[in-house]
Every structure is written in structure tokens, then in C-alpha cells.
Design a protein around this ligand. Structure first.
Ligand code: NDP
Length: 255
């Protein structure tokens, strides 16, 4: 029998942090990383016990870490608790995010700060805390969840657009600074994905129809549609992919 080749997407022996892992895209990515072999720390405001149970059912280790990432105070603790629970940290997925909708002329400072703090400031400072560890450890993978609004303007979501386009810029900056340390920093830009974040759009028949008609694939994405891109970017197969924002959008941006 020839010796088995290591599968290029095998994440066995690696440990990941996924933020906002209790539901939606974060939950799907946490489970996909575990299916590929990784142990996963599930971080968020709401304890991700159900996600952790799915990961353990796959034979992987899971940790549940409670943290409000709208503040930067917990980021050091999140990394420390991951190292305590899983013994290492190889992969960070910055997924936690919120959206606030209002016309630009009416948009409030509260809605501005809430989205920027959660979707942009925490991405930088958690990456900084994880990146310091990865650089010292000899390498790692950071994957930021961006958006189509990393590339487009959108409408009635000014702080979300500013945050997500900022995530695209930060992805490139951190890739530039940390490539020499064997830390890759990339992003995934989901299209319209059916989660609680988009429930109001799905529930509005007129808007739902307009969205589906505009998507070349002719359907909403499912959270699980993001899993393969995350596993790829976390894996050895993506060792030379740096500063890239990978759209997973059913062709939305191609149109
Ligand atoms: P959900 O609303 O389903 O999930 C968001 C997650 O983020 C939840 O786990 C939530 O935890 C967590 N979260 C929010 N605020 C905080 C906070 N302050 N501290 C810690 N965790 C927090 O959204 P999606 O799964 O749809 O979105 C996930 C990511 O994907 C977001 O960054 C979003 O912007 C992005 N995205 C989504 C798209 C879509 O169509 N769905 C399209 C493009 C991008 P809790 O439940 O405790 O609040």
C-alpha cells in the first residue's frame, strides 16, 4: 500500500477561534473547520453550546468562550482561554457582526458606533491579539468575514458599509505586515445568506423576489455555502494566498 498523502485541506491538530459561532455563518464555519479536523473555540455574547455539541459529536474538541466583542477588553482573554482549552491557536475567523439600517440623513451616532465597534474595531484588536501569538508560534491563518459591501456602496447601511470596506483594507494591511511571519490574512465576502441577519429581507415578498432575481445562482446562499471557502483559506492549500477577499455570492458581483 502506498503511504497516504496528507490531504491539503486537512486541519487535524489545528485549533481555531470562530467569533459569533452560536448561529448563522459563524456556526456553519465552526462546524466545517471541525469536519476538516480542527478543534474550535466558539466565541460570542450568546454561549454557543449547540455548536460546541456538534463539534464534539465530530470527535473534535470545542470550547465555549463568552465575550462581548463590541468592546476590546476581552480580546486578550479570548486568546488566553483558547490556549488554555485547546493548547494552541492556528486559525482565527472574525465573523461576529451586526447591521443597523437607516437613511444616511437620519443615521445616529449610536448606530454608527455599535456597528463600527463590533464589525471593525474588534476585528483589528482580536487579530492583533491572535496575530501576536501566531507570529511567536511561527504562523497562522486569519479569515475575516467581509461582505459584498466591501466592494459596493449599498443603501441605508452607512456604518456597515464603512466597517466592511474597512475590513477589506485591514485584511490587506495585515497580510502585508504578517506574510513574512507565515501568517496569512484573507477575507470571505458572503453574498445574500439566509440567516437571522437577513430575516427581514427574506420575509418581505417584494424585496425577496428582487434579490433572488438579481442573484445569478437564483437562490439565497445557505450558511453551509461558506464552509468550503473557510476550510480552504485555513488550510495548507492556501499557504500562498494573501490579502485576498474571496466572494461567495452565487455570482452577485459578477453580474
Ligand atoms: P447572525 O445575526 O446570524 O449572527 C451574527 C453573530 O455575531 C451571532 O453569533 C452574534 O451573537 C454575533 N455577535 C453580534 N454582536 C456581537 C458582539 N458584540 N460580541 C460577540 N458576538 C457578537 O448573522 P450572520 O451569520 O448572517 O452574519 C455573520 C457575519 O457575516 C457578519 O459579520 C455579517 O456581517 C456577515 N455577512 C452576512 C451576510 C448575510 O447575508 N447573512 C452577508 C454578508 C456578510 P449573538 O447571537 O449573541 O448576538
Amino acid at each position: 500500500m502506498p503511504a497516504a498523502l496528507n490531504h491539503p485541506f486537512d486541519l487535524s491538530g489545528r485549533a481555531a477561534i470562530v467569533t459569533g459561532a452560536n448561529t448563522g455563518i459563524g456556526q456553519a464555519i465552526a462546524v466545517a473547520l471541525a469536519q476538516a479536523g480542527a478543534d474550535v473555540a466558539c466565541v460570542g455574547r450568546t454561549a454557543a453550546e449547540e455548536t460546541a455539541a456538534q463539534i464534539r459529536a465530530l470527535g473534535r474538541r470545542a470550547a465555549v468562550i463568552h465575550a462581548d466583542l463590541a468592546k476590546i477588553e476581552p480580546v486578550g482573554r479570548v486568546v488566553a482561554e483558547t490556549l488554555d482549552a485547546l493548547g494552541r491557536l492556528d486559525i482565527l475567523v472574525n465573523n461576529a457582526g451586526i447591521i443597523r439600517r437607516a437613511d444616511a440623513v437620519d443615521f445616529t451616532e449610536e448606530d454608527w458606533d455599535a456597528v463600527i465597534d463590533t464589525n471593525l474595531k474588534s476585528v483589528f484588536f482580536l487579530s492583533q491579539a491572535a496575530g501576536r501569538h501566531m507570529i511567536a508560534a511561527g504562523g497562522g491563518r486569519i479569515i475575516n468575514i467581509a461582505s459584498m459591501l466591501t466592494f459596493q456602496g449599498g443603501i441605508r447601511v452607512p456604518s456597515y458599509t464603512a466597517a466592511k470596506s474597512g475590513v477589506g483594507g485591514l485584511t490587506k494591511l495585515l497580510a502585508n505586515e504578517w506574510a513574512k511571519h507565515n501568517v496569512t490574512v484573507n477575507a470571505i465576502a458572503p453574498g445574500y445568506i439566509a440567516t437571522s441577519n437577513t430575516a427581514a429581507l427574506q420575509a418581505d415578498p417584494e424585496r425577496n423576489r428582487a434579490i433572488v432575481e438579481r442573484i445569478p445562482a437564483g437562490r439565497w446562499g445557505a450558511p453551509a455555502d461558506l464552509g468550503g471557502a473557510a476550510v480552504f483559506l485555513a488550510s495548507d492549500a492556501a499557504a500562498y494566498v494573501q490579502g485576498h477577499v474571496l466572494a461567495v455570492d452565487g455570482g452577485w458581483l459578477a453580474r
